[in-house]
Design a protein around this ligand. Structure first.
Ligand code: GLU
Length: 433
């Protein structure tokens, strides 16, 4: 929870609305509505632990805004989850869905828990217990969860099954990011990283980059960090630094990313390795901290972990030319100003990581139609959306001489404004009197 010393993430998040509002003629009522989350559910989830004891976990679901459609957004399991963070994440989902033009509003959920300390059975009980508490709050036509930090396809499968049992009908469209065998979509597992990769490919074309000259550092080696690193590496980019929650490794010549992914997922440890077939051995690399990774001399920095990694404390020391926000909210609003003044291009989270929710939308459409697409179709439709919105926002940034973040928020506000104004605002009702 925010204290006097630690500013509220939600307040910091909505602070960006005022700046963006200057560049649209959106009705002030739209901005006022976005400052207030629509509905919040706070629950206590009792879980029988493997040793027979009972533990109670706090859970949250915040529905921020549904003007453009049912609310959508992931569920995170993390020890730092609190209601302020979930509100901020829900607000970002509203903006993100509008940025890429999906017919969804924004929501987010979370449970305050260190998932790494739970057994698999405890994790299943917690996942099902959380859905039992939320079963009347979510639904395929009202609020649709998905994976986020420390939740995955299997957790989504348990949640879908629990919801279906409660409502006594098979309801795959209540949640996205499910295993393929339970109604998931091909291409959802790497969609967040892939969406960011498509943004970088557009930037590559705009800036006429040659991938072999570009050094990239990735903070966070979970689902999204691994996918974007793998795709960039396959194109010839140099992935010179990678980190996870325990620390990082640095190698100026660049890492072989498929080997790192193999080791990380097999051993849960991130270490520089050389693999020959299935035999991998540790090789030399400098060990660095997460903080050091952020300050490396690289061309592209990809924060793909948690919020508030680049703040007023380290913003001046960032040497990357481009920051691509694969995490939600990794750059604070104060740090934004410093980076802008230093000429660092920040491709904002509400665009850069929108690939995940975009393929979640495809999954929801497939579940409702009962007809499933091929991988090429998912990739090409995702690429078309990411390229279209990236270029519109990039052009607006240049035309108006504003940051790419402000341009992205203005882009979202225009779409949100159209939905609100279509139902009438004060201007409309005053005229009618
Ligand atoms: N948790 C992801 C995000 O922050 C995905 C949300 C979704 O697919 O609904 O964008």
């Amino acid at each position: 929870m925010a204290t006097d010393f630690e500013p509220s993430i939600f307040q910091d998040a909505i602070a960006r609305l005022d700046e963006a509002a200057k560049y649209t003629d959106v009705d002030p009522e739209v901005i006022e509505q976005l400052r207030h989350p629509m509905a919040m559910l706070l629950v206590s989830v009792p879980v029988r632990m493997d040793d027979g004891s009972l533990k109670i976990f706090s859970g949250y679901r915040v529905q921020h805004n549904n003007d453009r459609g049912p609310t959508k957004g992931g569920i995170r399991f993390h020890p730092d989850v609190d209601v302020d963070e979930v509100k901020a994440l829900a607000f970002w989902m509203t903006c993100k869905c509008a940025v890429v033009g999906l017919p969804f509003g924004g929501a987010k959920g979370g449970v305050t828990v260190n998932a790494k300390e739970l057994s698999k059975l405890e994790l299943e009980r917690l996942s099902r217990g959380f859905i039992r508490e939320m079963a009347d709050f979510i639904g395929p036509e009202s609020d649709i969860p998905a994976p986020d930090v420390y939740t995955n396809a299997m957790v989504m499968g348990w949640m879908m099954d629990e919801y279906s049992m409660i409502h006594r009908r098979h309801t795959p469209a209540v949640i996205t990011g499910k295993p393929l065998a339970l109604g998931g979509s091909v291409g959802r597992d790497d969609a967040t990283g892939r969406g960011a990769y498509y943004c970088i490919k557009e930037l590559e074309a705009r800036r006429q980059w040659d991938p072999k000259d570009i050094r990239v550092a990735v903070q966070g080696f979970g689902n999204a960090g691994q996918s974007v690193a793998r795709l960039l590496h396959a194109d010839g980019y140099h992935l010179v630094a990678i980190s996870d929650s325990r620390g990082g490794i640095y190698k100026p010549e660049g890492f072989d990313i498929p080997s790192l992914i193999y080791m990380k997922n097999e051993s849960r440890k991130l270490q520089a390795v050389y693999c020959d077939g299935s035999v991998c051995e540790a090789v030399d690399a400098h060990v660095i901290t997460n903080e050091e990774l952020l300050e490396l001399e690289v061309d592209v920095l990809i924060p793909a972990a948690l919020e508030n990694q680049i703040t007023h404390e380290n913003a001046e020391r960032i040497k990357a030319h481009v920051v691509v926000e694969v995490a939600n909210g990794p750059v604070s609003s104060e740090a934004d100003e410093t980076l802008l003044a230093d000429g660092v291009l920040v491709v904002p989270d509400i665009l850069a990581n929108a690939g995940g929710v975009t393929v979640s939308y495809f999954e929801w459409v497939q579940n409702r139609a009962g007809y499933y697409w091929q991988e090429e179709e998912v990739h090409s439709r995702l690429r078309e959306i990411m390229a279209r919105e990236f270029n519109a926002i990039y052009d607006a940034m240049h035309e108006r001489r504003i940051s790419m973040r402000t341009a992205a928020y203005a882009h979202a506000l225009r779409r949100l404004g159209e939905a609100v104004e279509a139902q009438g605002t004060q201007r409309f009702f005053e005229d009618a009197l």
